[in-house]
Design a protein around this ligand. Structure first.
Ligand SMILES: [Zn+2]
Length: 101
């Protein structure tokens, strides 16, 4: 049985959104299944989803893309699952945290 996860099915917790210092946009930090991710969103004209990286505090297998990920700062690789769904993920944050964009 292979269930395709949808963004709406994920429980996204501990969201913090900060203005980025190095580009025009925001960093969004959040947890899914107690694993931490960082989503970069460009926001100079309108919000554009950029990269979504794992920012795990310890070595672990990502519950979304099933890759073995090292702890930060070594293991900051893109999460292919979230990367593939980045527009849906951005829509989620735009809808739920509109004051940040
Ligand atoms: Zn992943």
């Amino acid at each position: 049985m292979c269930k395709v996860l949808q963004i709406e099915d994920l429980t996204i917790q501990n969201v913090s959104i900060m203005n980025a210092a190095e580009f025009t946009g925001v960093h969004i930090h959040f947890l899914v299944n107690n694993q931490r991710f960082q989503f970069l969103v460009g926001n100079s004209q309108s919000p554009i989803p950029l990269g979504i990286k794992h920012t795990f505090s310890k070595k672990d297998t990502c519950s979304l893309c099933n890759k073995k990920i090292n702890a930060v700062p070594v293991g900051q690789q893109l999460c292919f699952y979230l990367q593939k769904n980045r527009q849906a993920l951005l829509d989620f944050f735009l809808k739920n945290y509109p004051s940040h964009f």
